[in-house]
Write a protein that binds this ligand. Structure first.
Ligand code: ATP
Length: 199
């Protein structure tokens, strides 16, 4: 799997439609302070389903929409599309190229698309879960995160290891199965009570 390109429009400092192609050999992005380098990695984080405005250095999610400059009026919509080469089938999908789009309007309307089809946030999260690039994964380490990992408690660090080795989905499945078992045990108790009452 490989990140092929990123299309950013109306997101943070990227007011105009901007396409960044990650050709073979691209290993870094350089630019003056405040030119938007971190905004690019945040666009990736956002399109992968990030739900915390704080993780994107904002206080509310609409803060990611271009909010104007000396020469330009604010925009009403942010849109990011990420294109991945999946010809190695690293992500479990029938597509050899995966296209993920997220949009947000100032009035709060938002949408996600997978290869041009409207989908739920959950579909995006499922696709990337345990891939190493999901919303909580460690392929992206923001400034300050390294320190946070060092200072985290053993239990929090365990989550990091679980995500890295790809067992998170089994843990979630186990928790779901346990809830269902508990619910079923409750039903059985109820049936036992009724049987006793009926003699
Ligand atoms: P540094 O090298 O200092 O870390 P950088 O190149 O990573 O900087 P960013 O932090 O990505 O730069 O970009 C910061 C710029 O983005 C600031 O000029 C800020 O005003 C602008 N910016 C952030 N959010 C928005 C927004 N919603 N609308 C318009 N501009 C924004």
């Amino acid at each position: 799997m490989k990140l092929k390109s990123l299309e950013i429009s109306g997101f943070k400092s990227f007011a105009d439609d901007t396409k960044i192609e990650f050709e073979d050999g691209v290993t870094g992005i350089v630019g003056p302070n405040g030119s938007g380098k971190s905004n690019i990695s945040e666009a990736i984080r956002w399109v992968l389903g990030e739900q915390s405005a704080k993780n994107l250095r904002g206080s509310r999610m609409p803060d990611v929409i271009f909010n104007g400059s000396a020469k330009r009026k604010p925009l009403n919509r942010a849109r990011v599309t990420m294109v991945l080469d999946n010809s190695d089938q690293y992500l479990k999908s029938e597509y050899s190229e995966i296209n993920v789009t997220r949009k947000l309007f100032r009035n709060g309307d938002s949408s996600y698309q997978l290869n041009g089809q409207d989908c739920r946030l959950k579909d995006i999260l499922n696709l990337f879960m345990d891939s190493g690039i999901g919303d909580n994964a460690f392929s992206m380490i923001s400034q300050g995160r390294v320190e946070a990992i060092f200072n985290s408690k053993p239990k929090e660090r365990r989550f990091i290891v679980e995500e890295l080795i790809g067992v998170s989905k089994y843990r979630l499945g186990k928790e779901k199965a346990k809830r269902e078992l508990d619910q079923t045990a409750g039903y059985i108790d109820r049936v036992d009570d009724l049987m006793t009452e009926l003699g």
